[in-house]
Design a protein around this ligand. Structure first.
Ligand code: TA6
Length: 281
């Protein structure tokens, strides 16, 4: 079942129900903000203080950071993580191939307003498949006459039972940039989160796991060789208007990305897809 709905604040979203799961996708940002397999707890974390307002990114789910990850390299007045996550996507296709699967295709393309921020012609195609697993695939098409470079991330917020109970697998012996100190380090040993963590891992593999006390979440990345791991811990959670002070205890971002050295240059007509598949195993 695919239902068009609106939040109390007026944001339009698509609600999906099938034999496998339920999901919710806001048209603003093509932002998937809920995914819950039947009989299980939500896979994604969503802040109870999220604004759900036009022009403000939803805090949680899978924000799309595009066409730059982090701060704009040249103009700090431009929004962090680009403008896709606060722009309106159009639903162009929806399919229910079977009772367990729902597919959505959403599109966002360059306009006078985007060209005034980022001077390139593009199409963004977002393909979401809600089933026993969740896939999110973001395809960038260079519709311009000149090449452009994008950095991006599927900025996934995972719901965890307790941050102290969690470990992350798949990043061992991987180099990362510590965004808190600017240092480059190597991940060694069991990866537990015991403080604020903001790291961009480079030359990553494609399969990762979040080992929680009550479940294991598998993350499979395609079109990506960088992963961002973020937990704001208590100080940042307290300072953020759309987070509760103790929200850091029940969320962890593991982001399938094309960030920093993994930015992608597309020549005219070329396309690139950044994709993640999530499942509870
Ligand atoms: O993904 C990590 C990060 O870049 C952190 O530095 C933090 O800023 C986080 O993203 C959230 O950014 P946002 O702009 O959504 O508040």
């Amino acid at each position: 079942m695919i239902i068009n709905k609106k939040t109390a604040t007026g944001l339009e979203y698509i609600e999906i129900h099938n034999k496998s799961a339920t999901a919710k996708v806001a048209l603003q940002g093509g932002h998937l903000f809920h995914y819950q397999q039947q009989g299980k707890t939500p896979l994604l974390w969503l802040s109870e203080k999220s604004h759900f307002q036009t022009g403000k990114a939803i805090r949680g789910g899978i924000p799309l950071c595009w066409p730059w990850f982090g701060k704009h390299p040249a103009d700090l007045d431009l929004p962090q993580h680009g403008f896709a996550r606060t722009s309106f996507f159009r639903l162009v296709e929806s399919n229910e191939p079977d009772k367990k699967t729902t597919e959505l295709v959403l599109k966002f393309e360059s306009s006078a307003s985007t060209l005034s921020i980022w001077p390139y012609g593009f199409q963004l195609i977002l393909r979401i498949t809600v089933g026993p697993s969740l896939t999110v695939a973001l395809t960038t098409i260079n519709c311009d006459t000149k090449a452009f470079t994008i950095s991006s991330a599927l900025h996934t917020y995972f719901a965890v039972s307790s941050i102290n109970a969690v470990s992350v697998q798949g990043l061992d012996e991987t180099e990362y940039l510590d965004a808190l100190t600017g240092e480059t380090k190597i991940q060694r040993g069991i990866f537990r989160i015991k403080e604020e963590v903001d790291r961009i891992y480079q030359k990553t593999k494609s399969s990762f796991k979040i080992i929680d006390s009550d479940r294991v979440i598998q993350i499979i990345s395609e079109g990506s060789s960088s992963v961002v791991v973020w937990n704001p811990w208590i100080d940042k959670s307290t300072r953020m208007a759309d987070m509760q002070a103790d929200d850091y205890k029940t969320m962890l971002c593991i982001e399938t990305a094309n960030a920093f050295k993994d930015a992608r240059r597309l020549i005219p007509g070329e396309e690139h897809t950044l994709k993640v598949t999530l499942m509870e195993i």
